[in-house]
Write a protein that binds this ligand. Structure first.
Ligand code: GLN
Length: 483
C-alpha cells in the first residue's frame, strides 16, 4: 500500500477496496511513527476528516503540506520561532485548490526556517533526518516533505523552491521533485522568502503523480499578480513518453570528471551514473549534446543567488515584528519589542542572511551589488533562453553525490571546485524555468537524482522527458523499507 500512486489509490477508492477514512487514519499513524524517527513534521492534523470520493483523482487521498503554506485554522510556522503560535484564517490558494479537488491535508512538514537553507537542520522543532539513513541529511528546505513521501506516508507533499528546495531534497530522499514554471501556481498564502524566485511545487514518487498534483494546484489567481492562465496546459494528459527526436544538452564544465582533480570515489560513481542515464535517453532517439558554457558566467551563479535572495528576504521578512503576528517580544517600547522578538525568534542562519541583505540594499551599495546581481541574472537567463530555442531541456546531476552525514552539513557554499555541481539548480529559479528531479540510482546504498530543466511554460515537454527516463529505470514508486 505504501508505494501506491494516486491513480492506483483512486481505483481502490472507487472500487471500495479501501475507504478515504482508512487512508487518512493510516497516513496519520505513519506520520506519528515517522516523527519519532525523522522529526519530519511540525504538526500532525489528528482530526483530519475523510473526504467524499468523486471522479477527481485526488479526492479522498491524504497529502502533506510544507509548513510555509498558510493553512486555515492550522498552525503554520514556516518552522520558525517567530511564528510558533501563528494560525492563519485562510488557506494558501494552492492548498485551497487541492482541498477543492477533495484532497485531505494530514500534516504540516518541517523545513529549514522560512525556506532559507538546504540542510534540514534549522527548523525550530529540531533536525530532520533522512529516512534512508537517520544519520544523514534530507537536504532542504522541503526536508519533511521529501522524508515523508520517501517513507510512504502518502503519495505527495507540497514543497516550495527558491534555489533548489524541492529538487535537492527529492534527490537525497529518492523521490521526484517538481518545480513548475514561475507563476503557474499562485504564491498567495505561501510565506515569502525571495518573491522573484519563490515557486510552489510538489514531491511525489512518480512523474505521473507530480503531473496530476500540479494540474490541480495551478491556475491564475487574482491574489497573485505573477500567476498566469495555464488552462490550456494539461500535464497529466500530455504524458506519453514519446521523446523521439528531442534534443537535450548538459554542461561539460559541470559534469566532466577531469575538472575535478581531487574527485572522491563517490563523485566519480555519481558522474558515471549520470552518463548511464544519458545513454538511456540516447537509446530512445533523444539527441544528447555536451555544451561548453562560459565559466565566468557559470561561476557567478552562486553569488548572484546570495545577493538577490538575501536582499529580497531581508525586505520580505521585515514584517516579522511580533506585533501583527507571532509571539510578542518584551520591551518598554515598540522598537525594543520588535528587537526582542527578532533576536529571540530567528536562527543564526537567518540573521546572517539579513546582515548580507541589509548591506546589499544600503543605498551606497545597491548599484555595486543588487543592481549588478540583477544584470548578471539577466545574462544567465538570456543564455539559457537562447539555448532553449535549440534544445528541449538541460540535463544535469543533482549535487556531488548522495545525502551527506548530518555532522558534515553546513550552510556555507562549497569552498572546493564542486560548488557548481551543488548550486546549478538556481538557474531554474533565475529564469522561472520548469525543473524536475527524479531518482536515477544509488551510490553506497543511498539515492541520487538527475535534473531536467526546460523553457518557461514548456512544463509538459520537461515532464515527458522525465517520464520516459523514469520508465526505463527502477526507481519509480520507491519507498524506504521498514527495518
Ligand atoms: N538552499 C538554498 C538556500 O539556502 C535554496 C533554498 C530554497 O530553495 N528555498 O537558500
Amino acid at each position: 500500500m505504501k508505494e501506491l500512486g494516486i491513480v492506483k489509490l483512486h481505483e481502490k477508492l472507487v472500487n471500495k477496496e479501501i475507504t478515504s477514512e482508512e487512508l487518512i487514519k493510516d497516513a496519520l499513524t505513519k506520520s506519528h511513527k515517522l516523527n519519532d524517527t525523522c522529526n519530519a513534521f511540525v504538526t500532525i492534523i489528528d482530526d483530519a476528516k475523510e473526504a467524499e470520493v468523486t471522479d477527481n483523482l485526488l479526492s479522498g487521498i491524504p497529502f502533506g503540506v510544507k509548513d510555509n503554506y498558510s493553512t486555515k485554522g492550522i498552525l503554520s510556522t514556516a518552522s520558525s520561532n517567530t511564528l510558533k503560535d501563528y494560525i492563519p484564517f485562510f488557506d494558501a490558494t494552492a492548498v485551497k485548490n487541492l482541498k477543492d479537488a477533495g484532497a485531505v491535508a494530514v500534516n504540516k512538514t518541517a523545513m529549514d526556517e522560512f525556506g532559507m537553507g538546504g540542510t534540514g537542520t534549522t527548523a525550530h522543532t529540531g533536525i530532520i533526518h533522512n529516512p534512508w539513513d537517520l544519520n544523514r541529511s534530507c537536504a532542504g528546505s522541503s526536508s519533511g516533505s521529501a522524508a515523508s513521501v520517501a517513507a510512504g506516508v502518502y503519495p505527495y507533499a507540497l514543497g516550495s523552491d527558491t534555489g533548489d528546495s524541492i529538487r535537492k531534497p527529492a534527490a537525497f530522499c529518492g523521490v521526484v521533485g517538481y518545480k513548475p514554471t514561475y507563476g503557474m501556481i499562485s504564491r498567495f498564502g505561501l510565506f515569502p522568502f525571495a518573491s522573484s524566485l519563490d515557486t510552489c511545487g510538489v514531491l511525489t514518487r512518480s512523474v505521473q503523480d507530480a503531473a496530476i498534483v500540479v494540474d490541480a494546484m495551478k491556475g491564475q489567481d487574482k491574489k497573485d499578480a505573477t500567476s498566469w492562465d495555464s488552462s490550456d496546459i494539461h500535464l497529466y494528459k500530455s504524458l506519453n513518453g514519446d521523446v523521439l527526436g528531442k534534443k537535450v544538452f548538459y554542461i561539460k564544465e559541470i559534469v566532466d570528471i577531469n575538472n575535478y582533480p581531487n574527485a572522491s570515489e563517490e563523485l566519480k560513481m555519481h558522474l558515471e551514473n549520470f552518463h548511464k542515464s544519458l545513454e538511456i535517453l540516447s537509446s530512445f532517439g533523444v539527441q544528447v549534446d555536451a555544451l561548453s558554457i562560459d565559466k565566468e558566467l557559470l561561476n557567478v551563479i552562486p553569488s548572484v543567488y546570495v545577493c538577490l535572495s538575501c536582499a529580497e528576504a531581508t525586505s520580505n521578512l521585515s514584517n516579522m515584528t511580533g506585533i501583527i503576528f507571532g509571539p510578542r517580544g518584551e520591551g518598554d517600547n515598540i522598537f525594543d519589542m520588535m528587537k526582542d522578538h527578532r533576536t529571540k525568534g530567528f536562527s543564526p542562519l537567518i540573521k546572517r542572511r539579513f546582515v548580507i541583505g541589509s548591506y546589499i540594499l544600503q543605498k551606497e551599495n545597491q548599484e555595486r551589488y543588487f543592481v549588478n546581481a540583477q544584470r548578471a541574472r539577466r545574462l544567465i537567463v538570456d543564455k539559457f533562453k537562447s539555448l532553449f530555442q535549440k534544445y528541449d531541456a538541460l540535463i544535469l546531476p543533482v549535487s556531488t553525490g548522495p545525502a551527506p552525514l548530518l555532522e558534515n552539513e553546513n550552510d556555507q557554499l562549497n569552498s572546493d571546485d564542486t560548488t557548481l555541481l551543488e548550486e546549478h539548480l538556481q538557474i531554474g529559479n533565475f529564469g522561472g524555468f520548469p525543473s524536475i528531479t527524479i531518482p536515477n540510482g544509488f551510490i553506497n546504498n543511498l539515492p541520487v537524482g538527475i535534473n531536467i530543466t526546460g523553457n518557461c511554460k514548456d512544463d509538459a515537454n520537461v515532464l515527458n522527458i522525465a517520464y520516459a527516463l523514469e520508465a526505463k529505470m527502477n526507481y519509480k514508486d520507491m519507498v524506504v523499507k521498514d527495518e
